[in-house]
Design a binder for this molecule. Structure first.
Ligand code: CMX
Length: 438
């Protein structure tokens, strides 16, 4: 048994008992009430899930096991000579509920390196896809092709005790996380770099290895990748990618099937795909103005035009957040600290200065502030990763850390199949009264 699994097994056993006891004592307590509007409008504000790995506060932003992003940038272990956290550390924190030591993180790097070999048929499957397949579709298909390797599915077929589910889900999740950078990089090199692939380097940490396999073996890109893969990892349980992974996993679909479902949700433009949309929108704006740096007035006009066309301003707004996303602020800080000047990053800052009052002025957008996707593309472009329809794949690599550590906890806590009730408009009208005729 690997070192992390051994430590986790102890933690899991006591926590499973603890949660069982909590439900026995407080199972009848009322968590909240909800309205007809919430039922129709995306279940906003209803607490219907337990997710241990992170919690989102509308004003303050995300906390991973109680720690904010600035705290984690300071406290999580770094690579030698590095200044940004290693994503191995945030995975350890989310799974174990405590900060890792440098040894814990090094151990995890080696653990994932040992598990990182991707079976040949996954590459063959990707090679068979038409060149115009979107990278997120390829990524989801790559994960599905790897499902042949599921230890959970194989064990379930033979027959396993419920108590052992988490063990197989742990193994599948660790293997999947270890292999995702290779699959992501394969998609990138096949699509944009003439099919010239780069083998992984087992000496590198998880994020640096991804940078290496993409073809960016420079310290600056490794540093960005470490921050990127840390801050995109989790955003509590109700977002589309986390919720779909949890939901599909609740049917005891194995981690490959469940995570592919999460990726398919992440590929939507209102969720993870917004990172590609932001860059497309800024480039469109620049093209329309004939290139160069736009003025704030021109940006304001462009935002108004986008709204008038009934489109969304990508990178702005959020279903839960009501302030600037600390994941945006972390990237802004990265820009100011390490890059200092870049035209596209400057445009991102100008949009931040101009957009909120205009969005607020519509009177309907509940959060006029930027989210994580408003900044990420400009940083990647600065370092030469310019193929922006690939960006959501990077988001997906990171998101695996959160949703799969949650999936392991789901099986520890024996979460049942998810099956909320639904009603019809007719049924709701019967209960609350029909529309009054004017
Ligand atoms: N631009 C234009 N209109 C927006 C808007 C934006 N950035 N954000 C919200 N709105 C609109 C909604 O479309 C909705 O319009 P209708 O009433 O006409 O349907 C209205 O304002 C109210 O929406 P809301 O309650 O403020 O926001 P929601 O919780 O419904 O949606 C989100 C949240 C993120 C989907 C939305 O803000 C949006 O579409 N933003 C742009 C896309 C984006 O950046 N997504 C990434 C989110 C982070 C992530 O998951 O990665």
């Amino acid at each position: 048994m690997d070192k992390l699994k051994e430590a986790f097994a102890k933690k899991a056993a006591s926590e499973a008992v603890n949660v069982k006891q909590f439900i026995a004592e407080h199972g009848d307590a009322v968590v909240g009430e909800y309205t007809v509007a919430q039922v129709y409008q995306g279940m906003r504000g209803m607490t219907g899930l337990v997710t241990e790995t992170s919690k989102l506060d509308p004003e303050e932003g995300i906390r991973f096991r109680g720690y904010t992003i600035p705290e984690l940038r300071e406290k999580l272990p770094k690579a030698p000579g590095g200044s940004e956290p290693l994503p191995e550390g945030i995975f350890y924190l989310m799974l174990m509920g405590e900060l890792p030591t440098q040894d814990d993180v090094n151990d995890l790097t080696n653990n994932w390196a040992r598990r990182s070999i991707v079976p040949r048929h996954v590459f063959d499957t990707l090679d068979s896809l038409p060149a115009n397949t979107h990278p997120m579709t390829e990524f989801s298909i790559g994960v599905m092709a790897m499902q042949t390797e599921s230890l959970f599915a194989a064990a379930y077929k033979k027959g396993i005790n419920k108590k052992d589910y988490w063990d197989y889900v742990y193994e599948d999740s660790m293997n999947l996380i270890a292999r995702l950078p290779r699959v992501a990089a394969y998609i990138y090199r096949r699509k944009y770099k003439n099919n010239e692939h780069i083998e992984p380097d087992p000496k590198l940490d998880w994020a640096a290895n991804l940078a290496h396999m993409l073809g960016f073996d420079v310290f600056d890109v490794q540093r960005l990748m470490r921050l990127y893969l840390t801050i995109h990892a989790d955003h509590e349980g109700g977002n589309v990618s986390a919720h779909s992974t949890h939901l599909v996993g609740s049917a005891l679909s194995d981690p490959y099937l469940a995570f592919a479902a999460g990726l398919n949700g992440l590929a939507g433009p209102l969720h993870g795909l917004a990172n590609q949309e932001v860059v497309a929108w800024i480039l469109e704006l620049r093209k329309e103005l004939g290139g160069g740096l736009p003025t704030k007035e021109q940006i304001a006009e462009y935002i108004k035009k986008t709204l008038a066309e009934g489109r969304v301003v990508p990178g702005y707004g959020h279903a839960v957040l009501r302030k600037t996303d600390p994941r945006f602020t972390a990237q802004q800080d990265f820009y100011k600290k390490y890059i200092k000047h870049d035209d596209l990053c400057e445009i991102v800052q100008m949009i931040y200065a101009v957009a909120p009052p205009i969005l607020e002025g519509t009177g309907k957008i509940k959060n006029p502030w930027p989210n994580v996707d408003a900044h990420s593309g400009a940083l990647l472009i600065h370092y030469g990763i310019v193929e922006y329809d690939f960006y959501t794949v990077l988001f997906g690599v990171s998101r695996a850390l959160g949703v799969l550590s949650s999936l392991i906890w789901d099986r520890v806590l024996n979460s049942p199949i998810e099956r909320p009730g639904s009603n019809t408009t007719e049924g709701l009208k019967k209960k609350f009264g029909a529309v009054k005729q004017k």
